[in-house]
Design a protein around this ligand. Structure first.
Ligand SMILES: Cc1ncc(COP(=O)(O)O)c(C=O)c1O
Length: 494
């Protein structure tokens, strides 16, 4: 089933996909848009006055006429929506699946509450987290340089390890140069925010990561999404918009993190060239995953990497570290190193993080069988899930396989049932995705065994049937939420 998925704003503990503008028109938990809007309005009354302010008002009648309550975070639409989702989940007996504490290295297995779970909730794609070569490299860097470089690199934060890492990244991306920054998300924000401006246009995949949307918003450029993966639509949009704007940026991901599908890179390159537009590819989930060597999207499509103007990546997934980078032409990298605020005015990468990423790339090059094993395992998961009639969307089975349940309640219940049977997998709920696209998202790693995968899919199918047969008391949810948000004038429950 291909859903036309519009990533909605707001909040998910896994990834914040877009900016937090509450979309009141979209349904939630099967409530109509109107019922949802009414509940949010009522909850705003319930939560916007603090209890001490309420009693101050009551005890001082004179003050009550002039009383002006403090500005409170509970007045945010997003806050109220989160509250509503939590209350509804509580009512339905769905435990909060977020912020689980992992007590050791999270790989194919993980320890939570002293119990071992088969784990599908880590980006440790090629099983490198905790590898002794990487741990030793990180410790060695701390011994040599300390735990911080304490200043921005132009000022006094440059260490040899930064350049070594950048040269290595440039080489595997087939680029002239590279610059690393302290975070993947902030890399997109600062680079896009700085390269584009008010007279420019940014055209991006509708399911693009939140960091790109944030960068586009910061830039002040006009931002226009095109339907997921559709380079013809991008072509049409640029045909219309390009002549009216100064510079243009076309942004895609090499491997989409919610769906595990991939763009037609040559198709997008042709569009970018036709419209004299920069092409940017976010490789967060492609590095270590795609291509025979795991070098990412260019490796997979065997295209000349210089056809892409801006390669972006993160060090936090396959490379088991922390940070972001841009690889491309030397001019671009020189410019960013002197001008991008998130580089110039922010500390350089911590030595241990740079050393860990560098050691991880060494292992990626030395042990390409890790990538093959990852792809085999993910391919097996995809094939078994499909055979079992589960909706896996457009995943190519490289490392990410969604199982779309079609409702947040089902996804929450299914994730909970899996957890109770020893499998840790995260549900992705509205508003991270539209309600009908709610899902469980499985991240495979090279360290998963075939047995773990076969067992997991078998359990998944059993529990999915059970969840599908469990009715949801939506009327009860609505009654419960209304009770928490009484009409104005009546006493407040909280
Ligand atoms: C496509 C994409 N880009 C950027 C990022 C941000 O990377 P980081 O988490 O390393 O900051 C993520 C994070 O998951 C991502 O999925």
């Amino acid at each position: 089933m291909r859903l036309s998925r519009r990533r909605d704003p707001l909040w998910t503990p896994i990834e914040l996909r877009r900016s937090s503008i509450l979309d009141r028109s979209s349904p939630l938990f099967g409530l109509s848009a109107q019922a949802k809007a009414q509940l949010i309005a009522k909850l705003s009354l319930a939560y916007s006055v603090r209890p001490e302010e309420r009693s101050a008002r009551r005890s001082n009648p004179e003050e009550s006429s002039t009383f002006s309550p403090r500005l409170d975070v509970s007045e945010l639409d997003g806050f109220r929506e989160i509250r509503m989702i939590r209350e509804a989940a509580d009512f339905l007996g769905i435990a909060d699946p977020f912020f689980r504490v992992h007590e050791g290295i999270a790989g194919a297995e993980t320890l939570i509450g002293s119990k071992t779970y088969v784990n599908f909730a880590s980006y440790n794609y090629i099983g490198l987290n905790g590898h002794p070569h990487i741990a030793d490299a990180a410790k060695g860097a701390i011994d040599r340089y300390g735990t911080t470089v304490s200043a921005s690199r132009p000022v006094s934060g440059e260490r040899p390890i930064h350049r070594e890492l950048e040269q290595m990244l440039a080489r595997i991306h087939g680029c002239e140069d590279c610059v690393t920054l302290v975070g993947g998300h902030s890399t997109n924000v600062t680079v896009i925010g700085h390269l584009l401006g008010r007279n420019d246009v940014i055209v991006h995949d509708a399911l693009i990561h939140n960091s790109i949307v944030q960068g586009a918003t910061l830039s002040g450029a006009r931002r226009v999404p095109f339907p997921h993966l559709d380079h013809r639509a991008a072509d049409r949009l640029l045909g219309e918009l390009r002549p009216r704007h100064g510079r243009a940026l076309l942004v895609i991901e090499g491997h989409y993190s919610m769906d595990g599908d991939v763009p037609d890179l040559p198709g997008f390159i042709a569009v970018a060239r036709r419209h004299r537009t920069w092409l940017m590819v976010d490789e967060a989930h492609a590095l270590g995953v795609l291509g025979p060597r795991g070098f990412g999207t260019a490796d997979r499509f065997e295209v000349d990497p210089s056809e892409v103007d801006i390669w972006m990546g993160t060090l936090s997934k396959s490379l088991v570290s922390c940070g972001g980078y841009i690889a491309g032409r030397r001019d671009l990298i020189d410019y960013l190193k002197l001008a991008a605020p998130g580089f110039v005015f922010s500390v350089g990468m911590a030595p241990a993080a740079a050393a860990a990423a560098l050691a991880a790339i060494e292992l990626l090059e030395r042990e390409p069988e890790r990538v093959r094993r990852l792809n085999d395992r993910a391919g097996l998961f995809l094939q078994l899930a499909r055979q079992g009639g589960l909706d896996v969307g457009g995943s190519i089975g490289a490392s990410i396989v969604p199982v779309i349940t079609g409702s947040s309640i089902r996804a929450g219940r299914l994730a909970q049932a899996m957890f109770e049977r020893g499998v840790n997998v995260q549900p992705i709920l509205y508003p991270a995705v539209p309600e009908r696209a709610a899902r469980l998202r499985f991240f495979l790693t090279a360290a998963h065994t075939e047995e773990q995968i076969r067992d997991t899919v078998r359990i998944l199918m059993e529990e999915n049937r059970r969840v599908e047969d469990t009715p949801s008391d939506l009327a009860g949810v609505v009654r419960h939420l209304r009770k928490l948000a009484p009409s104005p004038g009546r006493s407040q429950v909280r």
